[in-house]
Design a binder for this molecule. Structure first.
Ligand code: HEM
Length: 190
């Protein structure tokens, strides 16, 4: 049995989403032209997970909801400033900066996957958009490809900041946030 001072924060869906997303994103990032169909399937998985997570953000358990982790820009700024001075308040759910990062990651992943599906249709005449995009001109081909590449790399950049944030907050609050994302539990008392 779990000690009483631990509280369940992340439900199984959030945890499965997270680690599934990590796996699918890594596979999509490292496979490119050589393993195009694996790349495409990993991309579909990312998009499916993201759509599901957005729905879960409205109907899911309390800490999974957007309403619990979307904060105003001044609140995010205040939290970042406090973090800089190592006196940021501890949150049981996502903190304001973490919440903002989640939104950025979801948006960047949506742009990356949608442009990926578009370029798959334009260049390979494959995927769900192929019937509409197979005859798109060179301009659209180039623009879509550049956007896809830019946002794939931008997502990776965000992931590094995300991991840095997880490490910093774990140190400030003397807790293991990665373990919490695995078993779902966090220390109840601050
Ligand atoms: C090994 C690398 C990673 C580690 C250790 C890690 C760790 C974590 C942790 C500990 C949290 C919870 C933060 C909190 O307590 O507020 C979290 C949340 C999150 N991470 Fe990661 N992460 C990793 C990679 C990624 C990647 C590659 C992505 C996206 C491409 C990602 C996207 C997210 C998202 C969207 C959430 C919010 C989860 C939710 O509420 O559904 N993470 N991550």
């Amino acid at each position: 049995m779990k000690p009483r001072s631990n509280i369940k924060v992340w439900d199984p869906i959030v945890r499965l989403f997270h680690w599934g997303l990590v796996g699918a994103f890594i596979i999509a990032y490292v496979t490119e032209e050589d393993f195009l169909s694996l790349h495409a399937w990993a991309g579909y998985t990312v998009l499916g997970l993201v759509i599901f997570r957005i729905l879960w953000g409205f109907i899911g358990t309390p800490y999974a909801r957007f309403s619990s982790f979307v904060f105003s820009p001044p609140a995010i700024k205040k939290y970042l400033t406090e973090t800089l001075f190592l006196r940021a308040k501890r949150y049981l759910g996502h903190n304001p900066a973490g919440g903002a990062m989640i939104l950025l990651l979801l948006i960047s992943l949506i742009i990356t996957t949608l442009t990926g599906i578009a370029i798959y249709g334009i260049e390979e005449n494959a995927g769900p958009l192929a019937p509409w995009l197979a005859h798109a001109g060179e301009f659209w081909e180039e623009a879509t490809e550049e956007t896809h590449e830019f946002f794939a790399n931008f997502t990776l950049f965000l992931v590094f900041i995300h991991i840095g944030g997880v490490v910093v907050e774990s140190l400030i609050h003397k807790e293991n946030l990665v373990r919490s994302m695995i078993n779902g539990y966090k220390r109840a008392e601050s």
